[in-house]
Design a binder for this molecule. Sequence first.
Ligand SMILES: [Fe+2]
Ligand SMILES: [Fe+2]
Length: 168
Amino acid sequence: MTQTLAYEDAVDLLDADHKAVKKLFIDFNALCEDNAPAEHKQHIARRICQELTVHAQIEEEIFYPQVREAIGDNALMDEALAEHTQAKETIARIQAMDASDEDYDDTVKALGKLIDHHVLEEREQIFLKARNAALDLRGMAPALFARKKQLLSAAKPPASRGKKRAAA
Ligand SMILES: [Fe+2]
Ligand SMILES: [Fe+2]
């Protein structure tokens, strides 16, 4: 835990997740356009689902409750949670599918649209309000980072992954 955090504060850390997952959606779309094999698409889609699941969980466990308390806007926070629920339902559908299924690509793309909308709302409303509130966003970053690491390592199968090929 002596590691220096690469993020300025909680918002910075969460928005870095948003950017990383956006890049994965762009990669997924490019694979669709190239008619890439289903397994390549599935590999990216699995990462998208995993990253988003962990991201939503750290927001719900750590960030959202503190923001809700500080900004006192329950409607805004309830809407964000409803969007998380919608995203989780779509993630569950994707995880239950095979990448060769006819509507696999469209379902992943639909998740991408949902997330675009949600991220916009976080950036334009929740993050702004959080930054204007009396909240220790800097102090919150290490907890988010530690929980994220813990959840990601719990989600990873023990067999090493990502050794075979460098990211395309
Ligand atoms: Fe969120
Ligand atoms: Fe988020």
